[in-house]
Design a protein around this ligand. Structure first.
Ligand SMILES: C[S@@+](CC[C@H](N)C(=O)[O-])C[C@H]1O[C@@H](n2cnc3c(N)ncnc32)[C@H](O)[C@@H]1O
Length: 449
């Protein structure tokens, strides 16, 4: 008996000229072609003499089961899907079924995935060059994915400034998902952000709308539409949606010359190595800025700003700030240390932006069941100490000295400042603070005599 084979074929967006050579070859090779009836229609002229199995939209797993059954009978089976079969397509479910049935890649039944141009690529090509920088795709279908997962992905993509391709944006029953997606994207992106709505790309009813994020949900969107939402740099000019590659960060557009401070073929001055120098530059040029404000400005966790401050040198100071990281092995000694620093101003921030400043005495902080607490007649302060991950001794010239504690994400957990009475610090408290800093921080310690 002939050995069966399963070909998982992506046929591209629909038009034959956008199908790959291998996709056509795979269909030609097949004894049996299985697919959703609309996809079968798109390749009718390639199916002469073949056994054709048309399936409905909901019969997805049946397609994989039938493909395997026919392959076991020694037939070459092409399971076809629009776009790329691995993108919201049948490749995943087919491999899942095969592996659960005990099939392995060493099995005589061979499986080949034939890639195709997925909708986001085809649709992008019709509107210009919207995907020239980092992008992602999110399906708005909640048939198999819980909405909170979809919402979290939308939120992350929006915050990460990705160009976002929305698959399955709307159907007869799912009409509000695109509205909710718009709301989430608008929390992070301008209402003027360009959006391309491509319906039936490369098919007979092709329709393209170039609109803004504010208008998106009101547009004509259906089951066969892909929505491309630009990033913060995407623009529309002469009817083309373009996302810049980033050359303008390095080169002058008119002269082509490298911008001051940049080098061809090297990371940007704001690259991995250089950006922390930019943090120090910002703190020098913005002397009134707090470290928290620097974190907001660069949209990075406070811990990374503190790391930039610790790396300051005499030639590259961090404005008025200096910082030394607490040794991670000595983290637990911090509590004993700060109980000797006398009056402290505890600063606690909520994620929403509220800030509480409380006058406490370090010695009153109690650690119980993982919580660092102070309970008195005026307030109850409870900090989940298990979340404390890293700490820095921080000074703002001679005007402020304290401790900054962050959580595992590098975000602010608790900030404690020594309190200056009538303009000067308690000399003993300051001496103890400076001593603890030299003992607990990562700075080079003076040799023991
Ligand atoms: C189940 S997904 C299948 C995706 C397909 N495997 C691919 O790689 O393009 C169906 C979604 O793909 C998008 N899509 C597929 N073909 C399209 C086309 N010709 N024009 C616009 N969008 C299309 C739409 O968002 C549609 O809701």
């Amino acid at each position: 008996m002939k050995t069966g084979k399963i070909l998982l074929v992506g046929i591209g967006p629909g038009a034959h000229e956008h199908m790959t050579f291998r996709a056509k070859q795979a269909i030609a090779e097949a004894d049996v072609v299985i697919g959703y009836s609309t996809y079968i229609k798109l390749v009718t002229d390639l199916l002469e003499g073949k056994e054709v199995i048309r399936k409905g939209m909901t019969e997805e797993l049946d397609r994989s089961i039938e493909a395997y059954e026919h392959a076991k009978q020694g037939k070459v089976v092409a399971l076809i899907s629009s776009g790329d079969i691995g993108v919201y397509g049948m490749a995943g479910p087919t491999y899942e079924l095969l592996l659960e049935s005990g099939w392995t890649p060493d099995d005589p039944i061979q499986v080949e995935v034939v890639p195709g141009s997925t909708a986001l690529l085809s649709c992008a090509s019709l509107v210009g060059a919207p995907l020239t920088h980092d992008f992602c795709s999110i399906s708005l279908s909640d048939l198999l994915t819980p909405w909170p997962v979809i919402a979290r992905r939308l939120e992350s993509a929006a915050r990460g400034d990705f160009v976002v391709a929305l698959y399955n944006p709307k159907s007869g029953r799912r009409t509000q998902h695109i509205v909710e997606a718009q709301n989430i994207l608008l929390r992070h992106r301008s209402p003027d952000t360009p959006v391309a709505i491509v319906k039936s790309g490369y098919r007979s009813l092709q329709n393209i709308q170039l609109v803004t994020l504010a208008e998106m949900a009101e547009c004509d969107i259906g089951m066969l539409t892909t929505v491309l939402v630009g990033n913060s740099s995407t623009f529309v000019r002469a009817g083309l949606m373009v996302t810049p590659r980033g050359y303008a960060n390095k080169y002058d557009a008119m002269t082509g010359e490298t911008r001051a401070g940049e080098q061809a073929g090297r990371s940007l001055s704001m690259g991995l190595e250089g950006w922390k120098a930019c943090v120090r530059g910002y703190l020098r040029e913005t002397p009134k800025a707090t470290l928290q404000e620097a974190a907001s400005y660069f949209d990075r966790p406070l811990a990374e700003i503190l790391d930039a401050v610790t790396k300051a040198t005499a030639d590259d100071v961090a404005g008025v700030f200096s910082a030394q990281a607490v040794n991670t092995e000595q983290f637990d000694d911090l509590l004993a240390a700060l109980s000797n620093w006398g009056s402290l101003r505890a600063v606690v921030r909520s994620e929403g932006g509220a800030v509480a400043e409380l006058l406490i005495n370090g010695a009153d902080l109690q650690l119980k069941n993982g919580w660092l607490s102070i309970v008195n007649d005026h307030f109850h302060l409870h900090i989940d100490w298990r979340k404390a991950q890293q700490a820095w001794f921080v000074s703002r010239d001679d005007a402020a000295h304290g401790l900054q504690i962050v959580d595992a994400h590098g975000n602010n957990l608790l900030n404690l400042w020594l309190v200056a009475q009538t303009g000067s610090f308690d000399a003993d408290a300051l001496t103890r603070y400076q001593h603890d800093k030299s003992q607990l921080s990562n700075s080079p310690k003076p040799k023991q005599a």
